[in-house]
Design a protein around this ligand. Structure first.
Ligand code: DGL
Length: 226
C-alpha cells in the first residue's frame, strides 16, 4: 500500500530538472519532493541508450529507498530513451516530460509546424516526433539537436535561425536547461512563436495522476522529522 503522504521523486542529469521541480512546487505546494541531480555524470545528451538506461535504473532504485510514491523523470533525454522501459518495470507511477511538452505543442500550433530543440540523444531517438504524430498525424516537425556547449546567444541564434526559416509557430524547449534561456529565445524567435516549456504541463499531469489514484498528499499531514 503506497503512502499518499510519501514524497515524489524527481530526477535529472543535473540541475536543469529543477525547472520542473520548481513548477511542481508551484502547482502542487502540498507535495514533498526528493530531487536527484546526477551532476557527477552529466551530460546525458551525448551518451548511449544503454548507459542512460543504466543510470535511470540506478537513480530509480535510489529514490525507491526514500520511499517515494511516484517518480518524475525531469530530463528530456532520459524520458526519450528510457521512460517506456522503466515505467513498465515499476509498480509506482513514473512519468516523463515529453508527453506533456508534446501535448501543449500540438494544442497550441495554428499552422501545424512545430520546432523541437533538445540534446542529440533526445532528437536522435525520434520520441517527440513519434508522440506528436500520434496526437496529431498531420503535424510537421523540425527538430534540432543542440551540442552540449554552454549555450551563448551566438549558438542560440545559429540554431534558431534554421527553425525560423521553416516558419514554425511553436517551439518546444525540449531540454531542461532551455527554459533558463527563455528570454534569449523569445528575443530570437519573436513574439509570434509560442515557446513551450514541458515543465508546466508535466506538473499538471502529475497532479491529475496523483488525484486519480487517491495519492495526493494530505495538506495537514506533518512533514517527516517535523
Ligand atoms: N537534462 C537534459 C535534458 O533535459 C539535458 C542535459 C544533458 O545532456 O544531460 O535533456
Amino acid at each position: 500500500m503506497i503512502d499518499r503522504n510519501a514524497p515524489v521523486g524527481v530526477f535529472d542529469s543535473g540541475v536543469g530538472g529543477l525547472t520542473v521541480a520548481r513548477e511542481i512546487m508551484r502547482q502542487l505546494p502540498d507535495e514533498r519532493i526528493i530531487y536527484f541531480g546526477d551532476t557527477a555524470r552529466v551530460p546525458y545528451g551525448s551518451k548511449s541508450k544503454d548507459t542512460i538506461l543504466r543510470y535511470s535504473r540506478q537513480i530509480i532504485r535510489f529514490l525507491r529507498t526514500k520511499e517515494v510514491k511516484a517518480i518524475v523523470i525531469a530530463c528530456n533525454t532520459a524520458t526519450a530513451l528510457t521512460l517506456d522501459i522503466v515505467a513498465a518495470e515499476s509498480d509506482i507511477p513514473i512519468i516523463g516530460v515529453i508527453n506533456a511538452g508534446a501535448k501543449t505543442a500540438v494544442e497550441s500550433t495554428r499552422n501545424g509546424r512545430i520546432g523541437v530543440i533538445g540534446t542529440e540523444a533526445t532528437i536522435g531517438s525520434g520520441t517527440y516526433t513519434e508522440v506528436m504524430k500520434k496526437m496529431k498525424p498531420g503535424i510537421q516537425l523540425v527538430e534540432e539537436g543542440w551540442l552540449h556547449d554552454p549555450v551563448t546567444d551566438e549558438i542560440a541564434s545559429r540554431y534558431l535561425s534554421v527553425l525560423k526559416e521553416k516558419y514554425i509557430d511553436t517551439l518546444v524547449l525540449g531540454c531542461t536547461h532551455y527554459p533558463l534561456l527563455r528570454s534569449t529565445m523569445r528575443r530570437l524567435m519573436g513574439e509570434e512563436v509560442t515557446l513551450v516549456n514541458p515543465a508546466y504541463e508535466t506538473a499538471i499531469e502529475l497532479r491529475g495522476l496523483l488525484a486519480e489514484r487517491g495519492m495526493s498528499r494530505d495538506p495537514f499531514a506533518p512533514f517527516a522529522g517535523a
